[in-house]
Design a protein around this ligand. Sequence first.
Ligand code: PEP
Length: 250
Amino acid sequence: MNHDSNEFLIAGNWKMNGSSTLFQSFLAAFDKNIDGVNILICPPFTLLGMTNAGVFSLGAQNVSADNNGAFTGEVSATMLSDSGCEYVIVGHSERREYQSEGNQLIAKKLRKSLDAGLKPILCVGESEETRERGLLVEFLTEQLAEALKGLSADDLNKVIVAYEPIWAIGTGKAASVDQVREVHLFIRNYLRELNEKVGQTMPILYGGSVKPSNASELFDIDDVNGALVGGASLEPQTFKEICLKASEKR
Ligand code: PEP
């Protein structure tokens, strides 16, 4: 997908779940393309590199900030690219929290991903406390500014932003339509200030308890160009229903 594309991007983040058997059941359930939807699966590293991923684009959930060398357990951007993977999630809130990833490290990961020809999905989003203290805009501005610092228009043209309020992830309670509309508009305006043309077309995904029952109302919102789906991406029929809801909006 490039930024001029009119498609929805529906990305499934499997986190540390899944197996080759689960992937096979996805291949069986998604036997043909879904109109107007780019369906992306981000499985664990062990499931990347499949020669026949069917209708799915593949993405990783993390990438090293280094090129190669003595970094036991790490996987570099060029390795991901070499495995046939096209996308990579960068800065997911679980990594920010459990692996203490900060904005500077995330910026390096973005740089490496872009250099290797990957399309990074930059996750941003606030905690409940940050929102309650009225610091939402300040917090998101810092996350975006530090991660995107120094990127050229060409670079930005490959970046995707995912707004994922931490309080909505895995809780079953998605952000409201008004909350999503307000934040996506803020992000859109921020991106347009960085670069009017690229900022206008950069996909902005919403993530946080997306499921078939709320997908339609979310996909109706201006500046929601797709979704990053966690829990509901682990069951083929549920994930397919979300993709079909996106297709109906095209
Ligand atoms: C996520 O972890 O990126 C996510 C959005 O999870 P969930 O859909 O389960 O809230």
